[in-house]
Design a protein around this ligand. Structure first.
Ligand SMILES: *[C@@H]1O[C@H](CO)[C@@H](O)[C@H](O)[C@H]1NC(C)=O
Ligand SMILES: *[C@@H]1O[C@H](CO)[C@@H](O)[C@H](O)[C@H]1NC(C)=O
Ligand SMILES: *[C@@H]1O[C@H](CO)[C@@H](O)[C@H](O)[C@H]1NC(C)=O
Ligand SMILES: *[C@@H]1O[C@H](CO)[C@@H](O)[C@H](O)[C@H]1NC(C)=O
Length: 446
């Protein structure tokens, strides 16, 4: 078992339990407000488009997963039903379904629901971006129901178990880590190995399944996001960077070599004096390290820079992918000056997910300690960091930030209230926001 550190798990749970609630106004960052982002989709509770052939679910579900070249097929939907109750064979407890990740490919808005409790029927899902319904849109399992069922009765052990966030690359591929873990507090169970999965979005098929070697994992490992380093012209030579927020390291995967290595550096750790959070009347300490990593455009030397930060921290760091992509350089025990400190973003700038709009170098940051989306232009001093939008009711826990073409997407999920209080499932708890990057940052210094 990778996860034997129950004390650590409990600590993390306890820590996460305390974020939540109404509103503290504390404005440490410069208060430059912009046009911001718009609420695209809202949910009071998460439901699913159920398979409607309840007696014969397994055989029906495997239909229609191979045709289609544009990924916009709707045939799965035709076989499904949108009533509120799950078939008896599916364990669905809506109170345990907290969406954590969002990303967009063409008309699909992917929504992930990690299995942190029982009663999550499907971990990888999508809705249609052009859906005319905007509220409580039921999620559609991707690529189908069968692949998402737990327990997995197929005998192949290839069902998706638990996915936090997904990456999408310019080669129409979906990348994600299946943690393989059911994270019930006090009973964290590894049911399949931690696996990096790559899918072809045009065909909806899994094209690579890479089990992460156990010696690259730690007892506290949590791989909750994926950043892909590739261009449209070099699809076969892709690299993926997997920040290990619980194990304080970075796993680098080379698609061409189909192997990975683990990079260690002190900058991947929590910052001991920046783990204090004060959110909505709750004071607590978090210990998450390197949380998400962001890539710039290719630099003159042919490599991108990777920016990164810890969730329990306020500093920004960077390292060239020239180092990361070379296993020898990436894993040497002393890194000399390869890793650079960019600076300190300032008090209360603790950040969950972030993503970079490469053409202008605009970084968007999920400012968890301020219930806000922030931005910073990487060509400017860190002191120019700005607030794109802040809302102490509606933006509690910005969980995922993604740039897709010229738009920024944000998922907020009120997770702390789920963990420490009691979500009111008759109110809107989960939101996907978006706007064009230019419009979102209008009025800021980004
Ligand atoms: C722990 O979780 C696993 C997997 O969900 C389950 O099989 C087992 O019965 C649970 N154990 C306890 C003590 O709840
Ligand atoms: C890649 O490596 C994994 C090891 O986890 C192996 O199972 C898989 O078959 C390999 N894929 C290819 C295409 O070599
Ligand atoms: C990795 O870096 C080492 C040390 O600089 C160098 O000798 C080697 O050629 C590099 N490997 C690749 C594949 O570039
Ligand atoms: C910013 O917003 C103002 C006011 O709505 C508008 O006049 C201006 O054109 C916008 N600027 C850009 C760059 O979009």
């Amino acid at each position: 078992m990778y996860y034997s550190d129950e004390a650590g798990d409990e600590l993390k749970f306890d820590i996460e339990m305390r974020l939540f609630f109404l509103a503290i106004f504390s404005i440490a960052l410069p208060t430059v407000y912009s046009v911001g982002v718009n609420e695209d989709f809202t949910w009071t509770r998460i439901s699913y488009v159920w398979p409607n052939d309840r007696g014969n679910r397994v055989s029906r579900q495997s239909k229609g997963s191979t045709n289609g070249v544009n990924g916009e097929r709707e045939n799965q939907v035709e076989n499904l039903d949108t009533s509120n109750s799950a078939p008896p064979s599916i364990d669905y407890q809506y109170v345990n379904n907290i969406p954590m990740g969002a990303n967009v490919w063409k008309n699909k808005l992917f929504i992930t629901v990690p299995r942190r409790r029982l009663g999550v029927p499907s971990t990888l899902n999508y809705i249609r971006l052009d859906s005319s319904q905007k509220h409580n849109v039921p999620l559609i399992p991707y690529p189908n129901w069968n692949t998402n069922l737990y327990p997995d009765t197929s005998g192949r052990n290839e069902n998706f178990c638990s996915v936090y966030r997904v990456g999408i690359d310019p080669c129409d591929r979906l990348w994600f880590v299946d943690t393989g873990t059911i994270e019930i507090p006090g009973n964290r169970t590894q049911v399949i190995p931690t696996t990096l999965i790559i899918m072809n979005l045009q065909t909806d098929r899994v094209i690579q399944r890479y089990v992460i070697p156990q010696d690259q994992l730690r007892t506290t490992t949590t791989l909750a996001s994926v950043t892909i380093d590739v261009t449209k012209d070099t699809c076969d030579n892709a690299f993926a960077y997997l920040p290990d927020l619980g194990g304080y390291g970075l796993i680098v995967y080379s698609l061409k070599e189909n192997r990975s290595w683990r990079v260690t550096h002190n900058y991947f750790y929590l910052e001991s004096t920046s783990g204090e959070f004060q959110i909505a009347g709750h004071n607590f300490q978090w210990n998450d390290g390197v949380f998400s990593v962001e890539l710039t455009d290719t630099q003159p030397d042919g490599y991108r820079d990777m920016f990164f930060h810890s969730m329990a921290g306020t500093h920004m760091y960077k390292v060239s992918t020239r180092i990361l992509r070379n296993e020898t350089l990436a894993t040497r025990s002393y890194h000399e000056t390869d890793f650079k400190e960019v600076g300190d973003r300032g008090p209360r700038s603790q950040t969950s997910s972030a993503d970079l709009y490469k053409p202008t170098g605009t970084l968007f940051l999920g400012l968890v300690n301020q219930n806000a989306l922030g931005c910073w232009n990487i060509k400017q001093p860190l002191s120019t960091i700005s607030i794109v939008q802040k809302d102490d009711q509606k933006m509690i826990y910005p969980s995922d930030v993604k740039i897709v073409e010229d738009k920024v997407y944000l998922l907020t999920n009120t997770m702390p209230e789920f963990l420490y209080g009691r979500l009111n499932y008759d109110q809107v708890n989960f939101r996907v926001w978006s706007n064009r990057v230019d419009d979102a940052i209008n009025g800021t210094r980004c």
